[in-house]
Design a protein around this ligand. Structure first.
Ligand SMILES: Nc1ncnc2c1ncn2[C@@H]1O[C@H](COP(=O)(O)OP(=O)(O)OP(=O)(O)O)[C@@H](O)[C@H]1O
Length: 360
């Protein structure tokens, strides 16, 4: 089976873990939840650093199966592990740190090349430097490169950006997005940042107090009004589409999505390629009629699927733009607007999406 299949139970007295989920053996699965809910513990169990009861399999290989008394030690599991803080050898140059990762794997078993990884993470100009002189973001990129050079079957990332300041985080996220688009290695990504999860995850497993609160595609979980991600100030929807064309004069691209077309900030993908954009709920408004000429670039016919009152006099409106309800779009509007427009579930409306919403 081409998937990750885990089930762990652990009792630490004050904290009980009981989780089981399967995830496809490709793409990024985010473990998301508040501090102390058990995310790191799950990762450590997958790595074999901690022993819970249960099982752990990846692509048909069994790493743990209590029924068979099987438990592979960490060094026998083909994983790469990236921690919150980069842990590089300070007495070795960046190049030697990377070679340390590479040399652990016999040449015939290497899945990723040195040059490929160095360029993907943009660290060529640092190769001969001493790691202590690098910025936090640069050090973390080197750590990720070193983990990838061991040609892991699974990459475990434990809040890899949490020790970085906001600017360094924003700098490193595009590199992680490129890894996701380029490499075939599945990733288990621990985070409590809605922003990171929305940008990187294909699937989300939400943990709460040691158990699974919800799991599913990122599109589905991000738009569930009953879950914390949708209620966060950074709440957003993910929309996948195909690039129709670019306008280099205005630095814009056209994207075909279920239920219409979107104009977005210039994308890097070529015409015909798939692209994902993220739209913040606060940047979507609702109108009863097609507003016609407006400075807002995107007006999509939509239907109201659900509404929920949230904090600060706001309402979350879950809209669907496609015919099949597969493309949910969240709008965050005021309660006042909802009442003034007399919005109701099932109603046909127009979603207005600010172009600025589509910049990242
Ligand atoms: N070595 C340990 N011994 C005993 N309890 C532990 C140990 N490590 C973690 N815990 C407890 O287990 C629970 C889950 O911890 P865990 O680190 O997995 O949470 P987390 O979701 O990753 O949190 P954070 O986001 O803060 O890193 C917490 O209550 C924590 O205090």
């Amino acid at each position: 089976m081409n998937d990750l299949d885990i089930a762990f139970q652990l009792d630490r007295g004050g904290f009980k873990l009981d989780v089981a989920f399967k995830a496809p053996g490709v793409g990024v699965t985010a473990l998301f939840g508040r501090s102390g809910c058990g995310k790191t513990t799950v990762l450590r169990c997958v790595a074999g650093l901690e022993r819970a009861a249960g099982h752990c399999r990846l692509n048909g290989d069994t790493w743990q199966d209590d029924g068979r008394g099987l438990f592979l030690k960490t060094h026998r599991r083909p994983i790469g592990y990236v921690f919150q803080e980069a842990s590089l050898f300070s007495h070795l140059s960046v190049r030697r740190n990377l070679e340390y990762g590479l040399k652990r794997i016999p040449p015939e078993q290497r899945q990723v090349g040195f040059d490929e990884v160095v360029d993907l993470l943009g660290i060529r100009k640092h190769l001969d430097r001493d790691p202590t002189g690098l910025s936090g973001g640069e050090r973390q990129r080197v750590s990720i490169a070193r983990a990838l050079l061991t040609s892991p079957s699974l990459l475990l990332m434990d809040e890899p950006l949490s020790a970085l300041d906001h600017t360094s985080k924003q700098d490193i996220l595009p590199y992680l997005e490129r890894l996701h688009d380029t490499l075939q290695i599945p990733v288990l990504y621990v985070s409590h940042s809605p922003d990171e999860v929305a940008r990187l995850a294909d699937r989300i497993v939400m943990l709460k107090d040691g158990h699974i609160q919800a799991k599913g595609s990122a599109t589905e979980i991000l738009s569930r009004l009953d879950l914390p991600l949708a209620q966060d100030a950074e709440a957003s929807s993910i929309i996948d589409g195909t690039v129709l064309g670019h306008d280099d004069d205005y630095q814009l691209s056209r994207l075909e999505i279920a239920g219409g077309k979107l104009t977005v900030a210039r994308l890097t993908q070529a015409v015909g390629e798939l692209a994902r954009v993220r739209i913040h709920a606060r940047d979507v408004s609702v109108a009863l009629d097609d507003p016609g000429a407006t400075s807002i670039l995107n007006v999509l016919p939509a239907r109201i699927l659900e509404m929920r009152d949230i904090a600060h006099a706001h309402v979350l409106v879950k809209l669907c733009t496609g015919v099949d309800e597969q493309t949910p779009l969240l709008a965050r509007i005021t309660r006042h607007s909802r009442d003034r427009l007399k919005l109701e579930v099932g109603q046909r409306v127009f979603a207005q999406v600010k172009a600025v919403a589509l910049m990242d």
